[in-house]
Unconditional design. Structure first.
Length: 205
């Protein structure tokens, strides 16, 4: 692909680094930005700069937040005794969209996957165990995808907290085996949360 401008080429190269964006799509997007009024493109660049410079992770649950403690953790209307363990922020968004869960969350930042070089030390498991051990948490809900990596992560955390005085449950298998939580429809996901079962039951299958 030949470019008449080095500036254009650099912009296309950067945009093409985004997931699912090839060089041709990146060129189309960059040319579209050039056609828009300058102030609209400046709004986009300002939003991206703010995303990089000002976004943070909640000190309590590791969800993406604008402030030190996210709105969910600081809300007095949430049940502080239930913690739902999820892989990433997209799962929080998916569960929140069901309006069926009113507890708190804990975002692990991934799943245990030796093949990808991701071990327990790479996730926020230590802070989860500390939270359960030191705070008034009555129930932990595993809401990871029903994949081998998800099941491995669930079991690892279970072994870390099984001796603590806390109820351990998992979402019902309304979510198909192998499915990612974020792709489940809201009704199915909502029912899976409401009909959660003791985690020990899932070990018997």
């Amino acid at each position: 692909m030949n470019f008449s401008s080095k500036i254009l080429e650099n912009a296309v190269n950067e945009v093409s680094q985004l997931p699912g964006i090839g060089k041709r799509t990146a060129l189309r997007l960059v040319l579209h930005l050039l056609k828009r009024p300058k102030e609209q493109t400046h709004y986009l660049t300002t939003a991206l700069n703010n995303l990089v410079e000002e976004i943070r992770l909640c000190k309590n649950c590791h969800n993406i937040s604008d402030v030190e403690i996210c709105e969910i953790c600081s809300s007095h209307s949430r049940n502080q005794e239930i913690v739902c363990v999820v892989e990433d922020v997209r799962d929080v968004m998916a569960i929140e969209s069901t309006a069926q869960y009113r507890g708190l969350y804990h975002v692990l930042g991934g799943k245990i996957s030796p093949i990808e070089g991701i071990g327990p030390q790479n996730l926020t498991i230590v802070s989860l165990v500390e939270k359960i051990a030191s705070e008034s948490v009555k129930e932990v809900v595993f809401a990871l995808s029903s994949t081998m990596e998800g099941d491995t992560t669930n079991f690892y955390i279970f072994k870390q907290i099984e001796q603590l005085d806390v109820k351990i449950s998992t979402i019902a298998r309304g979510i198909s085996v192998g499915d990612e939580l974020q792709y489940a429809d809201e009704v199915t996901l909502g029912r899976s949360i409401l009909n959660r079962v003791p985690f020990e039951n899932s070990l018997q299958g």
